[in-house]
Design a protein around this ligand. Structure first.
Ligand SMILES: Cc1cc2nc3c(=O)[nH]c(=O)nc-3n(C[C@H](O)[C@H](O)[C@H](O)COP(=O)(O)O)c2cc1C
Length: 200
């Protein structure tokens, strides 16, 4: 599928055909594509939790105020991020780069994030956002629909998935085939309200 077709036809789908399942090779392709998303200093903060346990899916649906897509979609992926990834063996993020580049970048990134908890958290969220969009477009290209969700009790979900200390939950993504198309678009803002030139 052409990228612009994927961008234009991706919609947040809420109703899924429970009989439609992603194959494991499609799921693998989806995750591999998602992992090519950009991250600042290539830190790759994201940690993808794939929920395959149907009882857990049901409990997560309850924590998401009964949103049925959490239970019905073929895949439920909880996009989490390790806020402290910047200091967790950062040489890994440049393992394949020439040694001179690695020796320059690793101390640089460590200095950039040290003692800046807000920035560390912002960056983890940014990485989740970029990964989420790659995932949704890649799923569309594979013939699947998606939905992003933040409508859930974060503390409850953290408890249910045993979220490690220092991790955050970016969002949930459901992937599957629609049983009912998305409603019409809510309405896009006018270009003049969102696009500026040089200064606000
Ligand atoms: C981070 C994020 C969280 C969202 N959370 C929910 C949600 O919990 N439940 C829901 O029905 N839709 C949710 N949405 C879908 C938005 O309402 C939807 O993206 C928006 O209305 C635009 O529609 P479209 O995605 O079909 O273009 C979420 C979207 C994003 C990006």
């Amino acid at each position: 599928m052409d990228l612009f077709t994927a961008v234009e036809t991706r919609r947040s789908v809420k109703h899924y055909d429970v009989s439609e399942k992603m194959t494991s090779s499609e799921f693998n392709q989806l995750i591999q594509a998602t992992m090519l998303s950009p991250t600042s200093y290539n830190i790759q903060h994201w940690r993808f939790l794939r929920v395959t346990d149907s009882r857990l899916r049901s409990r997560l649906k309850d924590a998401a105020w009964g949103q049925q897509q959490v239970e019905d979609a073929s895949e439920l992926i909880i996009l989490c991020a390790d806020i402290n990834a910047w200091k967790d063996r950062p040489e890994r993020y440049w393992a394949d780069a020439p040694r001179e580049a690695r020796e320059l970048l690793v101390p640089m990134l460590t200095d950039f994030y040290r003692d800046k908890p807000q920035l560390q958290r912002d960056e983890a969220i940014r990485s989740c956002g970029l990964a989420a969009q790659t995932m949704m477009l890649a799923a569309k290209a594979l013939g699947y629909d998606t939905g992003a969700l933040v409508g859930f009790d974060s503390d409850k979900v953290a408890e249910l998935i045993n979220l490690p200390e220092g991790y955050l939950i970016g969002m949930m993504i459901v992937v599957g085939k629609a049983s009912k198309a998305a409603n019409g678009r809510g309405g896009q803002l006018a270009l003049g309200e969102v696009l500026f030139e040089n200064q606000f």
